[in-house]
Design a protein around this ligand. Structure first.
Ligand code: GLU
Length: 473
């Protein structure tokens, strides 16, 4: 156990790594090289806040350089510490490998609570942090590409890009120095919802296997399943909305900063979100009752539990009380390694973070590709496809003698827009990765949980990259 204030997050990640490493047959030295963080950059810089100067502590950790650029979000939170950023950077390496995104893992953290600063002060901090990264060559489209994480969003990414462009405006690919940007500032449609949408595609795939569902006493399919969500931030919100609208899932409980609520007939997430904006709280939402404690959401009797907040939420102390059949780790590291042993013994299906929340980085990859290609997806082929489909429909009309109405024709002959391509690319990625992980689970003797299977799958890919570099035989 490490002597840190973070509940041993990095230890937990490494414990899971070690559990899986045994099944890979890889040499010890190579495993060690994969496991360690390659570069850790800690900075402390002054920012004038009001009349005083504050020293801000911040980090950027690059876990693995086996592929460049490295990639991962930037977190703004008063709890940020070196060990947490290292753990999160580590997870990014495996996450990218699992979904075949050709990047190494990284993560950044700024130790501030954003709610204590004005927009102008946050901008100042973000720009200064970016300048520190530029100074040490810790940012760039081919070097290290940040993105949003807890406490940051497209606004911060726009500031980062603008700062980078101020220094390196002549670089033709400068806009690829950061992802998760606003759509009108070199961003991509569908990035904001991407992590939540990825969680939804992953769940849909995971519950589609009859045998797997039988083992946990559930029918296949998402329709009608109950869900509890911890955290209504970007990830929790989109997971909820898309699961209810496109999957027919019934959300029975939501927890946020101010408390947790339960509604047995289902909670409309869009309406709840609006209610929270208006009243400042989810508590009191019509048709729901308040739960005693925020953490009660984790112990609710439901089919799917979605921890979408922070790490170390399910620990040895509360794991025995968890009643969900499936846990979808939308957050990074919500279950400690020791707690997971308890959950697995109880027969709970845990779909691990490094797979299920990889939708964000997957669409970040699409955004980066868009930036490097300097062209919106769909621009070249949309109209060509439309014409081809139109010709096909006309042919069918002629041959069958049946005419298709204008509405039907529009639906059938529509060429794909950027958002359609992003969603289809994301769905394909999530399904593919699940099948790879499930294959390991089925075929590899001794591997009997999805996290270990996901690690084995990731380690195979990362190790073969290292070998291709010629460093290891
Ligand atoms: N912060 C997100 C994550 O933890 C996204 C990272 C990215 O898009 O680079 O996966």
């Amino acid at each position: 156990m490490s002597n840190n204030s973070n509940g041993g997050f990095l230890d937990s990640v490494n414990k899971n790594f070690d559990k899986a490493a045994r099944f890979t047959g890889l040499p010890k030295g190579l495993l060690e090289q994969i496991r360690v963080c390659n570069s850790v950059y800690k900075m402390q810089f002054p920012v004038k806040v009001g009349n005083e100067y504050q020293v801000i502590e911040a980090y950027r950790v690059q876990h693995s350089h086996h592929r460049l650029p490295t990639k991962g979000g930037i977190r703004y939170s008063s709890k940020v510490n070196q060990e947490e950023v290292m753990a999160l950077a580590t997870l990014m390496t495996y996450k990218c490998a699992i979904v075949d995104v050709p990047f190494g893992g990284a993560k950044g953290g700024v130790k501030i609570s954003p709610r204590n600063y004005t927009t102008a002060q946050l901008q100042k901090i973000t720009r200064r942090y970016t300048t520190e990264l530029i100074r040490k060559n810790f940012i760039g489209p081919g070097m290290d590409v940040p993105a949003p994480d807890y406490g940051t969003g497209s606004r911060e990414m726009a500031w980062i890009l603008d700062t980078y462009a101020t220094f390196k405006g002549g670089e033709i690919d400068a806009s690829g120095c950061v992802t998760g940007k606003p759509v009108n500032q070199s961003g991509i449609n569908g990035r904001t919802e991407a992590t939540g949408r990825g969680v939804f595609y992953a769940l849909k795939e995971a519950v589609s296997y009859k045998d797997d569902m039988k083992k946990i006493g559930l029918e296949p399919g998402l329709e009608g399943k109950t869900m509890a969500i911890q955290g209504l931030g970007n990830v929790g919100y989109h997971t909820g909305v898309i699961s209810q609208d496109e999957g027919g899932v019934k959300i029975v409980s939501v927890a946020e900063y101010e408390g947790a609520i339960y509604g047995k007939d289902g909670i409309d997430i869009k309406k709840l979100h609006k209610f929270r904006k208006e009243t400042g709280s989810i508590v009191g939402f019509p048709g729901t009752k308040k739960l005693k404690s925020r953490k009660d959401v984790l112990e609710l009797d439901c089919d799917i539990l979605v921890p979408a907040a922070l790490e170390n939420q399910i620990r040895v102390s509360n794991a025995p009380k968890v009643k969900a059949k499936i846990i979808a780790e939308a957050a990074n590291g919500p279950i400690t390694a020791d707690a997971e042993e308890i959950l697995l013994k109880k027969g709970i299906m845990v779909i691990p973070d490094m797979y299920i929340n990889a939708g964000g980085v997957t669409v970040s990859y699409f955004e980066w590709l868009k930036n490097l290609s300097h062209m919106r997806f769909g621009r070249m082929e949309k109209r060509f496809n439309q014409k081809t489909y139109n010709n096909l429909v006309s042919l069918v009309e002629r041959e069958t003698g049946r005419s298709i109405n204008v509405r039907e024709r529009e639906v059938i002959t529509r060429g794909a827009d950027e958002i359609d391509l992003v969603r289809s690319g994301l769905e394909e990625t999530m399904i593919n990765a699940y099948q790879q992980i499930r294959e390991v689970l089925k075929r590899k003797k001794g591997v009997d949980d999805l996290r270990t299977a996901a690690f084995v799958s990731a380690l195979r890919k990362v190790s073969s990259d290292y070998m291709a570099l010629g460093i290891f035989p």
